[in-house]
Ligand binder design. Structure first.
Ligand code: OXD
Ligand code: MN
Length: 590
């Protein structure tokens, strides 16, 4: 039998401000019990036992997947809800046209009504967490109050949660306050509100990761981007990877791609057989915090300590490290099941599903067995390519920043921006086809600057100004590149093999940063000379390579005009420097 979590004791280190806030939250929400999370393994096991008893979790086959569980979320609660996500800054202009905005007083009134008594009969978990290595000056802390044991358990996997974080908060009580309740999981009573000026988040009515694990998108991107501007650093939707060449030299690259565009695969890339001696080390798969370092370079930490990754498509060939990593001690959300109780998803390439993600007998006529946005939650330390530098308080020095998107046409495989200011324009002009990570249409091209459209906690005009200002703060800036793994031919087939072969492109990027690899200047930037890119053994036809690296000036003229209209929608907040940079691009395009 499961034992109830029933520790009413307030930890001795909890500072008065935190105690007061927890007390106020309890007065509002009226929980049956309060549990302060200590982050121990025993506590995690207890949470799991409770969720097995309440049927919030289902144990997977312990022989094939020890320590693995399946959670089925409410079918209306399977992705981020951008239309219900608000930035509630005092001034609407500060949130910008890139965010939904609500006046803070109105948002508070709305949320007060929702939170009123919502935890009656439930346990309130108080989850102190640290985003980033516990002893890093670049890390920031938060506390999430939630009535979901699933959220508390996921936060244990995703962050440095518990006693260590609380000790840090006791030293510096400037923490982000996140209040979360699953409510009734009613989409009509669902809101994700951010109050950046007071470092607060209030999330109601969803148990889905991006809406409910408040350390991730809400804190580490929306609130942190606001903090970062104030404090002179960048909080970005970027994976960070260390690429080691056969000489043992490691270069760190940070890449911003929109949701579900392969950041996790790239972060765990297995070098192809044609590149012996190369190694890839994962620092992070989703978020990077970039700080001007003491040596004049940009240094990065991954604020997270786990992965909340998209499951479909993961197999031993596409991402062997992820495939191995999620065979034990993993929480799966919304995957299907085989007859012998193993998790199953589209693209697994083994086993047969008998039950779909909603627990119904699997019938292909009713849709996929796993939800397209089904997820795994797992500690980063289970990743075979985990870099010990992910725990380094000083972070890692960044050699290159890479923007990428999912574009079937137009964008070449890779190009390098001319300089920092041009690179900021390249990032601001990014566009990508939408994916299942958020509710809404899939496959529609939308502008997604720096892959931050759903995550920048303030006006993009100010955000680009802040990016431009890094040129004055960081004397040794990294190079900026753009990649597109998703270009297709007229028949819809991908032109580039992707996955491990993407290392060939990273190798060119690194050589460029060292001033070696050859490139042809084009109006949009420097594209690799065909012989500067290692294409050995890929069997790509010359015409395919030419198409991958081609820049269609007529199409780019049209694109530049669209970029112009998009940027102008930010009106007086658009930095003049970007206008000038775009005018220069248009002049080069003729
Ligand atoms: C994610 C996302 O879950 O970007 O990482 O949606
Ligand atoms: Mn993401």
């Amino acid at each position: 039998m499961a034992t109830a979590v029933d520790s009413q004791a307030i930890p001795r280190q909890a500072p008065p401000e935190l105690r007061r806030w927890v007390e106020q939250a309890a007065m509002r929400t009226r929980p049956g019990r309060i549990h302060w999370c200590d982050g121990s393994s025993a506590e995690y096991r207890l949470l799991i036992r409770q969720m097995l008893a309440s049927k919030d979790l289902h144990e997977l086959n312990p022989a094939t997947h020890p320590g693995c569980y399946l959670h089925r979320s409410h079918p209306s609660d399977v992705a981020r809800v951008e239309h219900l996500t608000f930035v509630c800054s005092e001034q609407q202009e500060d949130a910008g046209p890139n965010n939904n905005w609500m006046a803070p007083a109105e948002a508070r009134r709305k949320m007060d009504a929702l939170f009123d008594g919502c935890m009656r009969g439930r346990t309130m978990y108080v989850v102190p967490y640290c985003m980033g290595p516990i002893d890093s000056p670049y890390s920031r802390c938060g506390v999430e109050i939630t009535d979901s044991a699933y959220v508390a358990a996921n936060m244990k996997l995703m962050t440095r949660m518990g006693a260590g974080a609380l000790a840090r908060i006791a030293r510096d009580p400037n923490f982000v306050k996140g209040l979360h309740s699953i409510g009734e999981l009613d989409p009509e009573r669902r809101f994700i509100m951010h109050f950046p000026e007071s470092l607060e988040i209030q999330s109601f009515g969803s148990g889905y990761g991006g809406n409910a694990l408040l350390g991730k998108k809400c804190h580490a991107l929306r609130i942190a981007s606001w903090q970062a501007r104030r404090e002179g650093w960048l909080a970005e939707h970027m994976m960070i990877v260390g690429v080691e060449n056969p000489a043992g030299e490691v270069h760190y690259i940070a890449c911003a791609f929109p949701s579900a565009c392969g950041k996790t695969n790239l972060a765990m890339l297995i070098p192809p057989a044609s590149m012996p001696g190369w190694k890839v080390w994962t620092i992070g798969d989703d978020i990077g915090w970039l700080h001007p370092g003491p040596d004049g370079r940009l240094w990065a930490i991954n604020p997270e300590d786990g992965y909340f990754g998209v499951v479909p498509g993961t197999n031993a060939k596409t991402n062997r490290h992820a495939y191995e990593m999620i065979r034990h001690d993993t929480i799966f959300t919304n995957v299907g099941l085989t007859a012998d109780n193993q998790p199953w998803w589209e693209g697994l390439e083994e086993g047969t599903p008998v039950t779909d993600w909603q627990g119904r007998p699997y019938d292909p006529a009713m849709g996929p067995a796993a939800h397209p946005n089904s997820r795994f939650t797992v500690s980063a330390r289970q990743n075979p390519s985990y870099s010990p530098k992910a725990d380094a308080p000083e972070g890692v020095p960044i050699s290159a920043l890479v923007f990428g998107g999912r574009r079937r046409a137009l964008a070449p495989l890779v190009f390098q921006a001319r300089d920092w200011r041009h690179g900021v324009l390249v990032g601001a002009a990014m566009a990508s086809e939408t994916t299942a990570a958020a509710t809404g249409d899939v496959g529609v091209v939308r502008r997604d600057p720096m892959a931050m459209k759903p995550f920048a906690g303030y006006n993009f005009g100010d955000y680009w100004r802040h990016w431009l200002s890094m040129a004055n703060r960081v004397p040794r800036l990294p190079g900026i590149f753009q990649v597109n793994w998703f270009r297709r031919d007229a028949g819809g087939r991908f032109l580039w093999p992707g996955y491990g072969e993407n290392l060939r492109v990273l190798a060119w990027i690194i050589e460029r940063c060292k001033g070696h690899a050859a490139a042809d200047e084009t109006p949009i930037g420097a594209v690799p000379r065909k012989d500067a890119l290692n294409l050995a053994g890929l069997g790509l036809a010359d015409a395919t390579v030419a198409e991958l690296l081609s820049v269609d000036v007529a199409q780019w003229r049209k694109e530049a005009a669209e970029i112009g209209s998009y940027l102008e929608s930010f009106g007086s907040r658009l930095p003049e420097e970007l206008r000038v940079e775009l005018a220069q691009l248009r002049a080069r395009l003729g």
